[in-house]
Ligand binder design. Structure first.
Ligand code: SF4
Length: 65
């Protein structure tokens, strides 16, 4: 059990901040919207930092499984 990050793509403005901060977790999809491709690619603190820096606050924690 644990929590994983998810991106609300309806809200993402493609600024790239999350990808700059944690490229091991976030990437752009084919429509240039951020997505989580490896939820365990960084520790929670790093992912939390990306969340806090997202200008539209569209990254959130979700319970795993
Ligand atoms: Fe989208 Fe937020 Fe990532 Fe910017 S920081 S690309 S708005 S999810």
């Amino acid at each position: 059990m644990g929590k994983v990050a998810r991106v609300d793509k309806d809200v993402c403005i493609s600024c790239g901040v999350c990808i700059d901060v944690v490229p091991s977790v976030f990437r752009f999809d084919t429509e240039n919207l951020a997505e989580v491709y490896d939820p365990k690619g960084a520790d929670e603190a790093a992912i939390q930092e990306a969340m806090d820096l997202c200008p539209v606050s569209c990254i959130s924690w979700e319970e795993e499984g």
